[in-house]
Design a binder for this molecule. Structure first.
Ligand SMILES: Cc1cc2nc3c(=O)[nH]c(=O)nc-3n(C[C@H](O)[C@H](O)[C@H](O)COP(=O)(O)O)c2cc1C
Length: 188
């Protein structure tokens, strides 16, 4: 089931006006909190945003790339305290991915919106903008916002033949894993 889920997964940015049910939001939160983190330090925090006014404001967090949040029923802001863990970016990334895959498994669709290292405008970072808007304490860093909702667009899955198998090496960089496998099983 997991395999078929990731085989069909695409980033979806257009959603129906239908809200995400509270029970489903609860599952997304559970998924996020179950994400593995370095040394089990769980440095992340999550802000579940459903208020339309805030989602509209959050859609302006970046110059480009977050516009669709204004029509999303839900955005989950993934942030962390770097003082608690030096690899907070990785921890937040895994939690964001867990939210995305849990969404997918419940018939919802999602898209990652990058906030860290992005700009709201020429002088204000996306992080500072989000932090100010949501009243976050100083020091808390923002990795991403995951937009979630029921899909209002369909996208074809990525075809297996389009996957970049040439990026996979076997034992030594530059030795194709696919070629090695073909040599091992010549008749398959
Ligand atoms: C780290 C990361 C940052 C991303 N940032 C954004 C973003 O800010 N805005 C956006 O619309 N999509 C963003 N995406 C989604 C990618 O654009 C998308 O995954 C990629 O185009 C491949 O499409 P697919 O997910 O449908 O396979 C991001 C994805 C990742 C993993």
């Amino acid at each position: 089931m997991f395999l078929s889920l990731i085989q069909k997964r695409r980033s979806i940015r257009r959603y129906l006006a239908k809200p995400v049910e509270d029970e489903k939001i609860e599952v997304l939160i559970e998924a996020a909190l179950r994400a593995p983190s370095s040394r089990g330090l769980n440095p992340w925090e999550f802000i579940v945003v459903t208020e339309r006014r805030l989602l509209e404001k959050l859609s302006q967090a970046r110059v480009h790339g977050a516009e669709f949040l204004k029509d999303s029923p839900l955005g989950i802001v993934v942030c962390a305290d770097p003082e608690r863990c030096d690899v907070w970016v990785e921890d937040c990334s895994i939690a964001s991915t867990f939210i995305q895959l849990a969404s997918e498994s419940m018939g919802l669709r999602s898209c990652w919106i990058q906030i860290r290292e992005r700009l709201h405008n020429e002088t204000v970072t996306s992080e500072a903008y989000v932090s100010d808007l949501l009243g976050m304490p100083p020091g808390l860093r923002v990795e991403s916002i995951v937009s979630v909702g029921y899909p209002n667009e369909t996208k074809p899955p990525h075809k297996k033949e389009d996957l970049r198998y040439e990026k996979v090496h076997h034992n030594q960089y530059g030795r194709s894993y696919t070629t090695a496998l073909r040599a091992k099983y010549p008749n398959s």
